[in-house]
Structures are given as C-alpha cells and as structure tokens.
Design a protein around this ligand. Structure first.
Ligand code: CMP
Length: 139
C-alpha cells in the first residue's frame, strides 16, 4: 500500500450549510490526515482554470457559477491510497447513487451541488495540490 496525497475541496453548498467541520472529521475518521487546509473564495478565472478539463461540457457554466458563489475549503489529505480512499469517503458524484454514510449521501443535494471534490488520479492530485498550495504549506 502506498502513502499518497490528494486534493480535496469542500464546496460552497457544504461550507454555507455549516458542514465543513463534520466533513473534515469524516476524513480524519477514515485515516486521511490533513496536511494543509485553507478557506478561500474562487474567482471566476480560478474556477474556470481548475475545471478546465470540463470546458465545453453542458454543465461547465453552471459548475463555475456554483463554485464561485461562496467560500470553499481546500485541503490536502494524506494516507494509504489516499486518492481512492478519499473518493470512497465522498461517495458517487451524484448523491442519488452515493452509498449510505458517504459525504455526498449525507450532505449533497444534487450532482451539481455535491458538497465536495476529490482528485481522480495521483497525477491530477499533484496538479490540483499545486493549484492551491506551495510545498512549504504541506505539513
Ligand atoms: P467534481 O468531482 O467536482 O468534478 C466535476 C464536477 O462537475 C462534479 O464534481 C459535479 O459537481 C459536476 N458535474 C458533473 N456532471 C454534472 C452534470 N451532469 N450536471 C451538473 N454538474 C455536473
């Protein structure tokens, strides 16, 4: 088993609802250590850049608008197979398909407003971590 790091975001819906603390607790309860964390509000340019891979998809505009509507928490999580472990804790992208006890089942309302984001590969994790954090922030 490899120790990995992944980029996690608590999205504006979950922050506004006061669920950020509970979600961070889920990560720690599932063996994911928080090695960096910051609260920030994405600009339109930042949200467009972060989700550039989805540019051209029908939901892209809606996604950028949602991700800029209020503050988010960005965090780097570390643990064994952290990319997959984090995605398992989050549950399926669409909360209708998410397993009981997962963050999206508990806190998300729709596929668009789905409470959290996680890197989908170790390669993308490195890119997404660098989007928010300097190496000296990772403790
Ligand atoms: P996330 O893991 O942040 O990665 C891309 C996001 O696009 C995804 O979560 C969803 O919030 C959003 N998304 C994916 N598919 C759709 C869709 N069909 N309609 C609206 N938003 C979507």
């Amino acid at each position: 088993m490899a120790i990995e790091r992944t980029l996690s975001m608590i999205k504006p819906d979950a922050v506004a609802a006061g669920n950020a603390g509970a979600i961070l607790q889920h990560f720690e309860d599932n063996g994911l250590r928080v090695v960096a964390c910051r609260k920030t509000q994405l600009t339109q340019a930042q949200a467009e850049a972060f989700y550039a891979v989805h540019a051209g998809r029908p939901f892209y505009g809606e996604l950028v608008e949602f991700m800029t509507e209020g503050p988010i928490f960005a965090q780097v999580l570390e643990g064994e197979n952290a990319v997959k472990a984090h995605r398992d804790v989050m549950g399926a992208t669409n909360p209708k398909d998410a397993a009981d006890g997962t963050i999206r089942k508990l806190y998300a309302e729709s596929i668009g407003r789905n409470a959290c984001h996680g890197s989908d590969s170790a390669e993308n994790a490195a890119i997404e971590i660098a989007f928010f954090f300097a190496a000296s922030d990772l403790l």
